[in-house]
Design a protein. Sequence first.
Length: 326
Amino acid sequence: MLPILKTYGATAAIAVDPPVSNVTIGDTFNININVTNIANFTCWQLKLYFLKGVLNCTAAVEGPFLVGPSGTFYGKIITNNFNATHGELLAYATLNGNFSVAGSGTILTVTFKAVGVGNTPLHMANIKLGDEKIPPKDIPYSAFDGTVQVNRAPHDIAVTNITLGKTAIGQGYAGNINVTIENQGNYAETFNVSVYASLAEIATIKNVTLTNGMSTIITFTWNTSGFSKGNYTISASASPVQGETDTTDNNSTDGWIVVTIPGDVGGDFENGHYDVDLYDAVKLLACYGARQGDSNYDPNCDIDNSGQVFLFDAVILLSHYGEKYP
């Protein structure tokens, strides 16, 4: 499809095309940077700013307008986290050799992904359009920015967060995994939510109902009976609902939990060494009596997952004291 080229009068112009884009969250789409009514054109540069909470810039490709027998020198720098609020694209090109072009055409095509609902300007800054002189002289121009409106998808369920209650669970005991689900669409939805330890399904909760625009936290309790000792990557998924097209955010992976010897509350897990020794006993005693919500509560030391570190946890640790694996 040929780019849409607009005439802005006798003065050269540079413009975002289309001037207004309406897209759905999760969409990937292109915009062009066009020049019109330009003569003796040999080089350009610009910066393009956008709200990073709304868009993510994924690519920037030189357009076909500025061409010559020897080609061009083209470069770009994409910075999606330019500052606290904005992303930035810096792009530039110059003809190789003693040539120039005239007329109208596309100098840059930028690809974005819509990552958040909202409206963002596509603001061009530090624009330079240069003529054929050496060194180039500035070509006068008028600039026309663009805007992008990102809308909610009609149907869109997302797993937005996974919080692990423990990083270590004694084999045969339990720990909690909190999964946050958000309905980012426009309708109430009913769906299933599953949580996994590596490739093994821990549990599925069926027929979760969530009204549009709302979120909920679902707590799964993982009983590790039957699971081998080792590190498990924790993930969660929400089943796609009818009419949902943005399904990439229906799945999320976040962190790992080690299944270990009961009482091994803080060992050298990364290197596959599991044991219950003096350091574990000291760690448990340091938070003995603490309840969930207390500043000194350590969920790994709450071996029986009762919500407090108490006598039964100490008894479990002592009954396995001195054990090692492998």
